[in-house]
Design a protein around this ligand. Structure first.
Ligand code: SF4
Length: 352
């Protein structure tokens, strides 16, 4: 068994997971629509049953949004998810084709909870789908899994590791291996707003106070891996998703988008100095920026007008210096730490 305390697997890690671990996969949420009713569904109210599209944290209205998001993070591939992408076949196929047209080596994996027909699988394969992960929910899905294997798509099953469910999962792994499937992915079960009541009814509890993971899920997965040493079984833990996948994606994005004056933290956040004014508008900010640059001889590329947040951004050093030399009514200086993601969520603001 290979492990780094957070990521456990036997055999070989699927290519989609390998790139995800590097933080190099854009997550393309193609729809919130799904006709299943899994008690463990982790989707938020904001997304569940809504036909909306997101590329990472960016809402998508046109294809360019997806391409720009992939460029921001210098993506090497995409994970297509939902809802159920299998219910939006044409849309999904067109995105797969779009990616492959721009980046022929892009690795694309996709999840589905649907029994995809051979015709649909062929369309997806032809568009360039590399890897398909079935969320196994019904017996008749096996025929589709076999078809996918026959067509030469890397085919796996991805399901949550329910506590105490190891014997059933071992049988699934054996059956998948016997038909030539490539891998079994087990996700650590996690509490979310939507599934909280269902989990409580089943007696599920938290693994620890520091995590949303369900106690007993990891144990199930470890038992499956111990019993399936000759197959490819991967356990994706809740802490692995947060501390490795997400962190690596943030670092990758931050390094790609950081302006010269921004510092990238070890967790992939952007640190910078910020200057705000009362009732800001573009003209007033532009004029303040020109005055500051001239009076304090600040190099051209060391200060920037952020029209989205209506403020000036600069280096930490410049903001600290100006906060001492240029205290004026209505002007405030601060140090800000924010995500490099599209929503640019601020995690810390320190007034100077
Ligand atoms: S198939 Fe997936 S999206 Fe649909 S209900 Fe189940 S967990 Fe939620």
């Amino acid at each position: 068994m290979t492990a780094n305390n957070l990521n456990n697997y036997v055999g070989t890690l699927p290519e989609g997971c390998r790139l995800c671990e590097k933080g190099a996969k854009i997550v393309l949420f193609v729809t919130g629509i799904c006709d299943k009713k899994c008690f463990y569904c982790p989707l938020s109210e904001k997304r569940k049953d809504r036909d909306i599209i997101w590329a990472n944290e960016r809402p998508v209205t046109v294809d360019e949004d997806i391409i720009n998001e992939a460029r921001r993070m210098n993506a090497l591939g995409a994970g297509i998810t939902g809802g159920d992408p299998g219910l939006k076949v044409d849309r999904t196929v067109s995105y797969i084709r779009m990616f492959k047209d721009i980046w022929p080596d892009f690795h694309i994996h996709m999840y589905t909870s649907s029994v995809l027909s051979i015709g649909t699988l062929k369309k997806m394969k032809k568009a360039g789908l590399d890897e398909l992960r079935y969320h196994l929910l019904e017996e008749r899905m096996w025929e589709s899994i076999k078809d996918s294997v026959r067509l030469g798509i890397d085919t796996g099953i991805e399901i949550p590791a329910l506590p105490g469910d190891e014997m059933r999962i071992i049988r699934i792994a054996e059956r998948l291996e016997s038909i030539g499937g490539n891998f079994l992915n087990l996700n650590e079960l996690e509490f979310s707003e939507r599934n909280l009541e269902h989990f409580k009814k089943r007696g599920y509890t938290l693994k620890s106070e520091l995590s949303y993971a369900v106690k007993g899920s990891e144990e199930s997965a470890l038992k499956v891996m111990a019993a399936c040493q000759d197959f490819n079984v991967h356990f994706c833990s809740s802490s692995f998703k947060d501390s490795i996948q997400l962190r690596n994606r943030l670092i990758r994005t931050a390094e790609n988008v950081a302006k010269d004056f921004e510092v990238v933290s070890k967790d992939g956040l952007l640190l910078k100095g910020v200057i705000t004014m009362e009732n800001p508008d573009v003209r007033a900010l532009d004029s303040l920026m020109a005055d500051l640059k001239e009076e304090f001889e600040i190099p051209e590329d060391l200060m920037y007008l952020d029209r989205d947040k209506m403020r000036l951004e600069t280096s930490i050093e410049v903001a600290k210096t100006l906060s001492k030399l240029n205290r004026k009514k209505g002007i405030k200086y601060m140090l800000v730490e924010e995500y490099p993601t599209f929503d640019r969520l601020e995690t810390d603001v320190l007034p100077l």
